[in-house]
Design a protein around this ligand. Sequence first.
Ligand SMILES: [Zn+2]
Length: 424
Amino acid sequence: MGAEAFGLGKYSLGIGDRFAHEAEAQLVAFIEAARLGVDVTPVWNKSNREHLVVGSEPASVREAAAAAVRALGWQATYFVDADHITAATAERFVEPCDFFTLDVAASIGRPATAAAVEAFCARHGELTAGAQIAGIDVPVALSRETTTRVARHYLEAVAAAGHLYRLIVARRGGAAFLTEVSMDETEAPQTPAELLVILAALADEGIPVRTIAPRFSGRFNKGVDYVGDVAGFAAEFAADIAVVRHAVGAYGLPADLKLSVHSGSDKFSIFPAIRHAIRRLDAGVHVKTSGTTWLEEVVGLAEAGGDGLALVQDVYAGAYVRREELCAPYASVIDIDPACLPTPTEVGRWSSEQFVAAVRHDAQEPAYDRQVRQLMHVGYKVAAEMGDRYTESLIACRESIARNVTDNIFQRHLRPLFIGDQPT
Ligand SMILES: [Zn+2]
């Protein structure tokens, strides 16, 4: 198998399955896209943070994905992503995963040594004299001064990625894997110019990076829509595509290198912009989602009524009193205004329809409540602590949950990202 054959393909979507019950329902959405002639590679991603909250092992993600692939006869490729790992957390992901997202956000801003910065600038004269990039409206402005500043800010993060990459290579014993470098969970976005410097440095470090996840402008809060300037995002995204393409040629990075958008799920206002850009520029993209499937479990349980509804009302009540604790690990990607949250007593009186209307992500629905949705997003810890009561309900309410999971991945993610309104 050549290096290109072992890859994500042009389009890929990361899907999360926190309780490992929805892989089949998720895969049905990819089968539907393929039936319409659009091949999208499924990548099951689960971060160390999610494993810690749920109390699960990375091997369980592989098992659930493989079982779904077998059950539905999926012939195309699929991957299991060790999402947002660091050198401290990589170990238990090494065996079951074949896609590794190296999270180096913690090293961003740690100043590189003057010698390292100097050596980088000396090696990259092209970056100190205003790199020319084809297909970009605004030229990437780089001078000796800016490249020095960017190198000083990012070289330590790139070195951390190199360290982690080599650790995985050594531990995998020759088994192939894909490498993503993520810099998204940080406060400041990276500009296209910064992305170019970072890619040059990753190439210097010898990392065959296949996907790169910058922090884009705007807010990518979990489970709710994008907050920011959509036109500005579209311009930045297109410029980043041009930068990636340029870096592949200039620095010998893998030819199928593409952007990875850690969407936090449900970024409906920018999904069409992503689709238009990748079509216009004939580029690939990887888009990660995660908690959106857990929220469809919530919707499906509420829709089922009876014990299912009572269970999600209890999850809300538990999450309501533990809001600060549950939101803490998601500080940079959750914005809840506690004053706007209904009390557990109110939610306890909601009908099935009211609960579904509040949580299902339909911005046209007047009862849609993004505060409740975000709280439920982080509330999966409460469900995890329910143990068997929760997982047995997933089985009891199988039909309504699977229908919502599939519909959400297909209609609200695969279609706007890769297919469009008209089947292609
Ligand atoms: Zn991320």
